[in-house]
Write a protein that binds this ligand. Structure first.
Ligand SMILES: CC(C)(COP(=O)(O)OP(=O)(O)OC[C@H]1O[C@@H](n2cnc3c(N)ncnc32)[C@H](O)[C@@H]1OP(=O)(O)O)[C@@H](O)C(=O)NCCC(=O)NCCS
Length: 175
């Protein structure tokens, strides 16, 4: 049932029962601090639909992450492709979002390490990147802890000039 397994986590396709926790996460200001805004229920459900569509088209994506002990959905981690155009796209990026109560246990780093390995070993990708607002140091730490290297700063093309979230860090890892 799991596509990727780690000692504590199972990564799988999404189930309908994940939606309630995901809606709650996306309405949590702590989880969404470095996004333009929190998401409404409708927006969170649309995000799940986009994730499922990406899976259907690519056979990989942002997997739902479940605690192996609790069988609880705790967030997502996986691979996707940014929609915007810039000098490092098209590319495959790794991303993560976990419910606040599951921060601080190393789950994001554990899941991300396994996703990077899957990307290189199973999908045979040559390079995986990750990016986030320069303000999102927790996310940048996950990049560092998974062996990704700082590439550069860049201005996110979909975020307006002057916006606090516009300046981003780009990290990457090659096979
Ligand atoms: C980014 C995010 C996933 C990071 O979560 P996280 O729990 O801090 O990340 P990690 O899995 O690396 O856990 C690290 C913490 O777990 C602690 N930890 C506890 N047990 C651990 C273990 N067994 N192994 C490793 N770390 C452990 C570490 O000491 C560290 O604690 P600290 O934050 O006090 O230094 C989380 O903040 C999040 O979901 N944010 C919102 C979504 C988001 O911004 N996504 C990125 C958008 S680009």
């Amino acid at each position: 049932m799991f596509i990727i397994e780690t000692p504590r986590l199972g990564l799988r396709e999404w189930k309908d029962s994940d939606a309630d926790v995901f809606i709650e996460m996306c309405a949590d200001e702590r989880v969404m601090e470095f996004f333009p805004s929190i998401q409404t229920e409708e927006q969170a459900l649309a995000t799940i639909e986009r994730i499922k569509k990406f899976f259907a088209e690519n056979n990989f994506g942002l997997w739902a992450v479940e605690g192996k002990d609790t069988h609880e959905f705790i967030g997502f981690c996986g691979l996707s492709s940014p929609k915007f155009e810039t000098d490092f796209t098209p590319c495959i990026e790794i991303g993560w979002r976990f419910a606040h109560k599951h921060w601080g246990y190393g789950f994001a780093t554990e899941a991300a390490t396994a996703c990077l390995n899957y990307g290189f070993d199973v999908l045979k990708l040559k390079e995986i990147v990750s990016f986030t607002s320069v303000l999102n140091t927790r996310s940048e730490n996950v990049m560092k802890k998974t062996g990704m290297h700082f590439v550069k700063h860049f201005e996110h093309p979909l975020i307006e000039d002057g916006d606090r979230l516009r300046k981003h860090v780009l990290y990457g890892r090659r096979v």
